[in-house]
Design a protein around this ligand. Structure first.
Ligand code: CA
Length: 330
């Protein structure tokens, strides 16, 4: 209904006759040749108008859109160039990446090796730290030991003094011990002398002498002395000679001096070497005279340094035995 209403008003403004005729057409038109031409006129006019409007619109659109299209196309070209350059850059980067991939892999291997080395170094550092701790502990121990050594070192002078005192005391003790041993020896010797004295022996300078109370021939007297582990006495010094003649008291005593055969040399029966020169002072002046060529044994006849006389060995006299003093075992 609206379209039907709008079309007549519009046609009336543009073509009154046409509108008039159109209104008549809306009504049941009379079917004539004139109306047919009019309809064709209206159709052509409308087509012309429509084409004109389209042409105008096209021109207008071209006038407006052509610069925009040109700008857009330029932008697209620019963007395409940019994209092309970026694609080139990307290609270059891709090849660069490919080239660097091997280096990156090698670098990764090196990084792994470096990490392994770092782990090894960390373990070594831990071991070193442990070693340092142990060394510190040992240093503390040594320090304490050193302090103890210092204390001991400070005590050394006192110990040295004590040691010197001890050494002096030790020397005194050794001296006392020596003296004690000497005293012990003297006591032992005294005991031996007393024991020998109880059996009639006299002690003089390392020897025991027995002055008999009975008379025997020289040989019998020697036999008696040998039975007492001794011999008729020898005389080897002036002091011994003095001891003997004083003990003899002027009585006659055989001594151990005899001759080897009737014309032999004098000798001591206890094998002491006979010194003829040194012994010459002990003979009584004029002796030995070998009276009757039978005096082969000697005796002490006078109470003086010159007391010896040669006599017949078969005479009987008192006699003197002699044995060296040998300390008995303790
Ligand atoms: Ca004589």
């Amino acid at each position: 209904m609206n379209l039907k209403q709008a079309r007549p008003s519009r046609a009336r403004r543009m073509c009154p006759d046409l509108a008039e005729r159109l209104s008549h057409r809306l009504d049941p038109p009379p079917k004539t040749g004139r109306s047919l031409v009019l309809g064709r006129c209206l159709t052509v006019g409308a087509a012309v108008i429509f084409l004109t409007l389209v042409l105008l619109a096209s021109v207008l659109l071209q006038a407006i859109l052509y610069p925009w299209f040109l700008g857009t196309i330029s932008d697209v070209k620019t963007n395409a160039q940019v994209l092309e350059s970026r694609v080139d850059n990307i290609s270059a980067l891709s090849s660069e990446v490919k080239r660097n991939r091997g280096g990156v892999e090698a670098a990764g291997v090196q990084v792994q090796m470096v990490n392994a080395s770092l782990d090894h170094m960390r373990s070594q550092i831990r071991r070193l730290e442990t070693g340092v701790k142990e060394a510190n502990a040992r240093i503390q121990t040594l320090t304490s030991s050193w302090e103890a050594a210092d204390k001991l070192n400070a005590q050394i002078p006192g110990l040295q003094r004590d040691l010197d005192k001890a050494s002096a005391l030790n020397a005194k003790v050794q001296g006392l011990q020596g003296s004690l041993e000497n005293i012990s020896k003297l006591l032992k010797q005294q005991n031996d002398i007393l024991q020998a004295a109880s059996q009639g022996w006299k002690y003089f300078r390392g020897n025991f002498y027995y002055f008999s109370r009975i008379s025997k021939t020289w040989y019998s007297a020697e036999q008696f002395c040998m039975s007492r582990n001794s011999h008729l006495t020898s005389v080897t010094s002036e002091s011994e000679q003095e001891f003997l003649y004083k003990m003899a008291g002027g009585l006659l005593y055989w001594i151990g001096l005899t001759k080897a055969g009737s014309e032999g040399d004098w000798y001591w029966v206890d094998d002491t070497p006979f010194n003829k020169v040194q012994s010459a002072r002990f003979w009584i002046p004029g002796e030995p005279n070998n009276t009757g060529n039978n005096e082969h044994c000697a005796n002490i006849k006078q109470s003086s340094l010159r007391s010896w006389n040669d006599a017949s060995c078969d005479n009987t006299f008192l006699f003197i035995c002699k044995r060296p003093y040998i300390p008995s075992e303790p």
